[in-house]
Design a protein around this ligand. Structure first.
Ligand SMILES: [Zn+2]
Length: 120
């Protein structure tokens, strides 16, 4: 299979390999907990520096699932290695509202309008 090529739509240049083998952890449930552990490759735009993780290059996805007996051990091992290399693991949430510290654009606009007294 041909290698996927990521193009930055803002800068109109091809993304370049940034880091390979970054831990990717899918989060599931309420509250979200680690569900799957895998690895992905990061690509970065040489223009705006935006970084993406390529799902197409995931190898052996997932490496472990939550019900695997050694899931917690493998997860901690992957996180230790990542932190040791100063690599930020990538967490993938089921819903945008579950992402810590994130607020959807629609809610931001509503909050700002309330703060300005435009709506109650
Ligand atoms: Zn760019």
């Amino acid at each position: 299979m041909a290698k996927p090529r990521g193009i930055c739509v803002n800068c109109q240049v091809e993304m370049r390999p940034h880091r390979i083998g970054v831990p990717v952890i899918t989060m599931f449930g309420k509250p979200p907990k680690p569900y799957e552990l895998g690895f992905g490759d990061e690509y970065q735009c040489p223009g705006c520096q935006h970084i993406t993780v390529s799902a197409h290059s995931f190898s052996e996805w997932p490496w472990r699932r939550h019900h695997d007996p050694d899931f917690e051990k493998e997860l901690q091992h992957a996180l230790r290695i990542a932190f040791g290399k100063n690599v930020k693991p990538v967490y993938v949430y089921e819903n945008f509202l579950d992402v810590p510290g994130k607020e959807p654009r629609s809610r931001v606009l509503l909050r700002q309008a309330r703060e300005k007294g435009k709506i109650r």
